[in-house]
Design a protein around this ligand. Structure first.
Ligand code: PMP
Length: 505
C-alpha cells in the first residue's frame, strides 16, 4: 500500500494527546472514509514509524489501538490488515467521555484515586474505609438463615413487594426504634438499599437547585456530593466543639436553608457526640424556624463508655426530624439495608422517588434481616462487637500516644469507628502524610475529603474498626515513621514557604 495516503498534516507533537493515539485516529479516519479500503494490508510497523518520525514502540501502540477499535487485524507472520470492511467495523469508537454528563469533581476523587493506587497486594493496613471487620460479620447465622429461609420460599415471595419495604421488617424496625423512645409505626418506615440511598432520595425530594443545606464541617464525605448533585449550596457548621447555634440561626435568617444534615452521635469523621442540653437547644431553634433536620445515625449502637443521649428523633416535638440509619456497620455492608423514619407524608413521597431508581430493596436481604431480628439475635451480636471495638479503640489511643507523641492531637471518642487527628506541625498537610504513609504501608483519609470547601488540611480520619488491635498497632507504628520522615521537610518548608496571593493578570 502507498503509505503517502497517511497524512501527516493533522499531527501535533505539542498536544496532550499521545502521538500513538493521534496517528491511530488519523488512520482510523482514513479507514472510515474508505481512503484506506477494507482488507488493505497496512505498512509494517518499522515503515510506519519512519513515515511519522516516531519510535517503533509508538507504531506498535498505534496498531494495538486500531486493533482495540476492531479496525485492523494483525495476522502473525503476515502483517496488519484493515478488517472486513463491513460498515460496522469501519466505524470510530463511541466518544463516551464527550457524551457523558460531567461528573462533579470534588477533593474526594483525587483522594480516592490515591487510596486506590496504594498497595493493592493486601500488605497495606487500611485505616481509611469505615467498614466493620469482616471476620466478625455474623456470617454463620446469616448462612443458616438463608438455608432455612430458602426451604420456605414460594414463588410469590420472589416477586415484587412494596417499595417502602417488607412489611414484617418495617414493623420490627418501628419496634426497634420505639425501644429507644418514640412512637413509630410501619407507616413511618421506609427500607432503603443502604442509608446512602436514603440520603440520595431525601436530597431528591427536598432540594431544588440553589437551595441551601447546612452540614457539619467536617461531615460524612459522601453527603457533600449527594447534596451538591441535587443542586444544593452548602453552608458549614463547625464540628467538633460546642454546637454553634448562633451561627446556625444566622444561616437560617440569612439563607433560609432547606435542611440541616447532622450526625449527633459519634460523628463520622470527628467522633464527637452532641450532649443532651445542646440537642434540646438545637431542636428548640429548629422548631422555631420549622427547619428540617436529617439525623444520620449509623453509629449510636457502638457506645463504649456509657449510653449516648437520646436521638434527636426521640426528642423531636415539632415533627421536623427525619431519622436515617443502616445495618452496614452493625451487621455487614453487603446486606444493603438502611431505613428512614419520618412522617407518613415523607415516606410516601420518598417511596415514589425510590421507584425511579429501585422498585424496592432486595427481598432476600429483607427476609433474612427480619428473621435475624425476630430470633432476637441482634442484641447479643451488638454486645459482642461492642466489646471488641472498645478494645480496638483503646489500643489505638494507646498506640497513638506511644508512637506519635506530640506530632498530632486527638480526643478519644466515646463510641463509633473513628479517631479524628490533627497534625501539630504548622506546615504539615495530611495529604502529604498520606502519600508517605501509603508508601510505608498504612492508609487513612485526609481531612479535606470531609469538607465542602477545603483543598488542604492538617486533620485526618483513622478508622479503628476494621483491623484487630495488633494490626492497628503496627499501622500506627508505620504512621509514626511516615511522620518522622516528613518532619524535616515540614521544618524546611516552614522556613521557606510564604503563602501570598498574586493578582491573576
Ligand atoms: N451515613 C454515614 C454517616 C456513613 O458513615 C455511611 C457509611 N460509611 C453511610 C451513611 C452509608 O452507609 P450505607 O449506604 O452502607 O448504609
Amino acid at each position: 500500500m502507498d503509505i503517502s495516503i497517511f497524512s501527516l498534516g493533522q499531527l501535533d507533537p505539542a498536544s496532550s494527546q499521545p502521538m500513538y493515539l493521534q496517528i491511530a485516529e488519523n488512520i482510523a479516519a482514513g479507514i472510515r472514509d474508505r481512503k484506506i479500503p477494507p482488507n488493505a494490508k497496512l505498512p509494517p510497523e518499522r515503515q510506519l514509524a519512519i513515515h511519522y518520525g516516531v519510535s517503533r514502540t509508538t507504531a506498535i501502540n498505534t496498531y494495538r489501538k486500531l486493533e482495540e477499535w476492531d479496525l485492523v487485524l494483525t495476522k502473525i507472520g503476515s502483517g496488519t490488515y484493515v478488517t472486513g470492511g463491513s460498515g460496522e467495523a469501519a466505524m470510530l469508537p463511541m466518544p463516551w467521555q464527550q457524551l457523558l454528563v460531567p461528573h462533579l469533581k470534588g477533593p474526594l476523587a483525587g483522594i480516592l484515586r490515591e487510596l486506590l493506587s496504594a498497595d493493592l497486594s493486601g500488605k497495606t493496613i487500611s485505616m481509611a474505609t469505615g467498614t466493620p471487620d469482616p471476620t466478625i460479620y455474623p456470617a454463620t447465622t446469616f448462612n443458616d438463615l438463608l438455608n432455612c429461609r430458602n426451604a420456605d420460599l414460594t414463588n410469590a415471595d420472589l416477586g415484587h413487594i412494596s417499595t417502602e419495604g417488607y412489611l414484617p421488617l418495617r414493623t420490627q424496625l418501628a419496634a426497634l426504634q420505639n425501644q429507644k423512645g418514640g412512637n413509630a409505626t410501619a407507616d413511618n418506615i421506609a427500607v432503603v438499599s443502604g442509608s446512602q440511598q436514603g440520603l440520595y432520595l431525601l436530597a431528591k425530594i427536598f432540594i431544588n437547585p440553589g437551595d441551601y443545606v447546612v452540614v457539619e464541617a467536617p461531615t460524612y464525605l459522601c453527603a457533600i456530593p449527594t447534596f451538591q448533585a441535587a443542586g444544593a449550596r452548602i453552608l458549614s457548621l463547625p464540628a467538633p466543639g460546642p454546637l454553634q447555634l448562633d451561627l446556625l440561626e444566622d444561616y437560617i435568617i440569612r439563607h433560609r436553608p432547606k435542611l440541616l444534615y447532622i450526625m449527633p452521635t459519634y460523628q463520622n469523621p470527628s467522633g464527637r457526640t452532641i450532649n443532651l442540653s445542646e440537642r434540646q437547644a438545637l431542636l428548640a431553634l429548629a422548631a422555631k424556624h420549622r427547619l428540617i433536620i436529617i439525623e444520620d445515625d449509623p453509629y449510636s449502637d457502638f457506645h463504649y463508655d456509657q449510653q449516648p443521649p437520646p436521638s434527636l428523633k426521640t426528642l423531636d416535638s415539632y415533627g421536623g426530624v427525619i431519622y436515617l440509619s443502616t445495618f452496614s456497620k452493625t451487621l455487614f455492608p453487603g446486606l444493603r439495608i438502611g431505613w428512614v423514619v419520618a412522617s407518613e407524608a415523607v415516606i410516601t413521597r420518598l417511596a415514589l422517588e425510590k421507584q425511579y431508581v429501585d422498585l424496592h430493596s432486595a427481598n432476600l436481604s429483607q427476609w433474612q434481616l427480619n428473621e435475624f431480628l425476630r430470633r432476637g439475635s441482634f442484641a447479643g451480636h451488638l454486645d459482642a462487637i461492642r466489646g471488641e471495638y472498645q478494645k480496638r479503640r483503646d489500643a489505638t489511643a494507646t498506640a497513638l500516644r506511644r508512637y506519635c507523641g506530640d506530632s498530632l492531637t486527638f480526643f478519644v471518642p466515646a463510641g463509633g469507628f473513628y479517631f479524628w487527628c490533627k497534625l501539630t506541625h504548622p506546615s504539615a498537610t495530611s495529604r502529604q502524610l498520606l502519600q508517605e504513609a501509603t508508601r510505608l504501608g498504612v492508609s487513612f483519609v485526609p481531612g479535606e475529603a470531609f469538607y465542602s470547601d477545603r483543598e488542604e488540611s492538617r486533620d485526618f480520619r483513622l478508622c479503628f474498626a476494621t483491623n484487630p488491635s495488633s494490626v492497628l498497632q503496627e499501622g500506627i507504628k508505620r504512621l509514626a515513621k511516615a511522620l518522622s520522615s516528613l518532619t524535616k521537610i515540614w521544618d524546611d518548608g516552614a522556613r521557606t514557604v510564604r503563602r501570598t496571593s498574586k493578582p491573576i493578570i
